[in-house]
Design a binder for this molecule. Structure first.
Ligand SMILES: NC(=O)c1ccc[n+]([C@@H]2O[C@H](COP(=O)([O-])OP(=O)(O)OC[C@H]3O[C@@H](n4cnc5c(N)ncnc54)[C@H](OP(=O)(O)O)[C@@H]3O)[C@@H](O)[C@H]2O)c1
Length: 268
């Protein structure tokens, strides 16, 4: 069985690919710089990516426009299943944030193919592989997150879930809510990382306006600043605070704690 993995060099995709290969799947690892070239903005790259594929792991682009034509082309080429990554509580954020993810949810559900949606909380790996890494290493992570609680999810667990869903039956038409096992504050998270890494780090709660000013001063484009502030607004509203047990039900073991992630990644 050939599985097309989009975003194959990203935080989730690069962990999904080896897990699928271990399970014996023929994997096409695709992105602009991946083994197979795939670019959402270049339709001429789509045909080779979907040819002969039965299933697709779909990481949505920020721009929703190419999603429907891509999914139509994939289904016409024989794709029978989509597993797409999204965020928890879609009905609370759609229209305010994540236009690509919301469109991917809509389009796969209308595609006529099988679909499964993985709705995730914020990743543990945002702290070491993404946005929050540089500020943390500089000793100060300033976010408009007050003392809100978030059940951060380990991308290793998410990738294990995606590989399981892509290689087993019984998941069509299902939406899974993926979270870590406990909700912690950003202050808790930063304190845990500081402790195991031995580095001085602090979390500073700032207002949305101050956050916006900091990002703009650092050269972030207006649109991205708006998206980030919308994300924190949704988190502050409390829609995604409660942990879920979908990872445990799917994997037959508890989701990885933030402390275990920190020990594994930040110790020493
Ligand atoms: N971070 C979180 O906490 C979180 C939580 C829930 C949901 N999500 C969602 O997860 C998705 C991101 O997934 P991720 O974290 O695994 O990826 P990621 O680490 O953000 O990496 C993005 C991936 O997309 C590829 N890519 C970028 N532009 C592309 C283009 N024009 N055409 C084709 N591929 C392109 C990149 O590879 P190339 O550069 O090689 O193209 C890379 O493989 C987003 O939709 C995000 O909203 C994130």
């Amino acid at each position: 069985m050939t599985i097309l993995v989009l975003g194959a060099t990203g935080k989730t995709g690069r962990r999904v690919v080896p897990r699928l290969r271990e399970r014996g799947a023929d994997v096409r690892a695709a992105s602009r710089s991946g083994e197979t070239r795939f670019d959402w903005t270049d339709r001429s790259s789509w045909a080779d990516a979907v040819r002969g594929a039965e299933a697709v792991y779909l990481i949505a682009p920020e721009d929703p426009a190419p999603i429907e034509p891509f999914v139509s082309q994939a289904v016409a080429a024989g794709v029978r299943r989509f597993v797409t990554l999204s965020g928890r509580a879609t009905e609370k954020w759609a229209g305010r944030f994540g236009a690509g993810m919301a469109e991917a949810e809509r389009v796969v559900q209308a595609s006529g193919a099988g679909w499964t949606i993985l709705r995730s909380n914020n990743f543990d790996q945002n702290f070491d592989e993404d946005l929050w890494r540089e500020p943390l290493l500089a000793g100060r992570l300033a976010l408009p997150a007050g003392d809100l609680r978030e059940p951060f999810v380990d991308v290793e667990d998410l990738a294990e879930v995606a590989a399981t869903v892509l290689t087993s039956t019984g998941h069509d038409g299902r939406i899974y809510d993926l979270s870590g096992p406990e909700s912690i504050t950003f202050a808790d998270a930063v304190e845990t990382i500081a402790k195991v890494s031995g580095r001085p780090m602090e979390y500073v709660a700032v207002t949305p306006a101050a956050y916006r000013d900091e990002l703009l001063a650092a050269g972030w484009p207006e649109e991205a600043v708006h998206e980030l502030n919308a994300l924190f607004e949704i988190m502050r509203e409390g829609h995604v605070t409660m942990p879920t047990d979908d990872i445990e039900r799917l994997l037959g073991r508890p989701a990885t704690s933030f402390a275990s992630y920190a020990e594994r990644v930040w110790a020493g």
